[in-house]
Design a protein around this ligand. Structure first.
Ligand code: NAD
Length: 273
């Protein structure tokens, strides 16, 4: 399940919508100089600009105080030309991440991490949902993977991937199992999975003997190792699975494309309210 062709199509559609809307603004806020975060912000900024989105890159020093960051979020919440607003995670230890995320105006919450948007998803009324799970659902749909009645297993329970993808799969009528670090027998669960989504952040830890023949396997992991960037799933799984997303080139490009889609969604939500 290559992500690039579909991601390119979505990005072209986003560019079209931006043209018809006239203006869509996306502001990213980066605190400090974490190298991985710098790469992600660079990719998001470049993709947004290519789609005709007015992308603004706010950088703050690692020493920024929580109140100063809250004041910056308040300023961007009030700025009329900002449709989508995201604060890149992780934040430095001295800043309360939950407090910052809760301060973002829900209609501008392009990452879908505000408690209001997370609650809407939980209630089955997805409004702004994190980009990675939206991208995974789009990929499964593109490759016509049957979800209704399927056994779906998600490894990972983070707010940005594991929990939201589990909810979207549930809303697509899959029978969903969520596994995490306290799961006693991971392989017992994964071997039952028709659809397996892996978002654990552990290089190549899902091996071919943990996967049911003919399953659809989505590898969300991005792990920087001496051998380069690898996923959470051993590439040998491709011999067992019917569908398998490569790393890189699978979920990663979909995340960027769906973030741009969310920025457009923010623009529509703001025009309606
Ligand atoms: P996280 O660290 O917040 O969560 C990891 C989850 O995996 C936890 O819930 C934990 O319980 C579970 N887990 C960890 N080790 C496990 C094990 N051995 N057995 C069972 N469960 C285990 O991570 P995250 O933010 O959800 O990201 C997960 C991975 O996905 C990372 O590699 C991250 O870089 C990547 N990621 C990729 C994209 C993308 O666009 N491709 C987007 C977001 C995250």
């Amino acid at each position: 399940m290559a992500g690039k062709p579909l991601a390119e199509r979505i990005r072209a559609e986003v560019a079209e919508e931006v043209r018809s809307l006239g203006h869509v603004g996306l502001t990213t806020v980066l605190v400090g100089e974490d190298p991985a975060s710098e790469i992600y912000i660079g990719l998001k900024q470049k993709a947004a600009a290519e789609a005709g989105i007015e992308a603004t890159d706010v950088r703050l020093p690692v020493t920024v105080g929580e109140d100063e960051l809250l004041a910056e979020v308040a300023r961007l919440n009030a700025a009329d030309d900002v449709d989508g607003l995201l604060v890149q995670l992780p934040l430095p230890d001295h800043v309360d991440e939950e407090r910052i995320l809760a301060a973002i105006e829900p209609a501008k919450d392009v990452d879908g991490l505000h408690p209001f948007n997370a609650g809407e998803l939980y209630l089955g009324r997805p409004r702004l949902v994190p980009a990675t799970p939206i991208g995974i659902m789009a990929l499964l749909n593109e490759y016509r993977v049957e979800l209704d009645g399927a056994d779906a297993v998600v490894i990972g329970r983070s707010d940005i991937v594991g929990k939201p993808i589990a909810h979207l799969l549930l809303q697509a009528n899959a029978t969903v199992t969520i596994c995490h670090t306290h799961t006693r027998d991971l392989a017992r669960a994964t071997l039952e999975a028709d659809v397996l989504v892996v978002a654990a952040g552990r290089p190549a830890f899902v091996s071919p003997d943990m996967v049911k023949t003919g399953a659809a396997v989505v590898d969300v992991g991005i792990n920087r190792t001496d051998a380069g960037v690898v996923g959470d799933v051993d590439p040998g799984v491709a011999d067992v699975a019917a569908y398998f997303t490569p790393v890189p080139g699978g979920v990663g490009p979909m995340t960027i494309a769906c973030l741009l889609q969310n920025a457009v969604r923010c623009a529509y939500i703001r025009r309606r309210t």
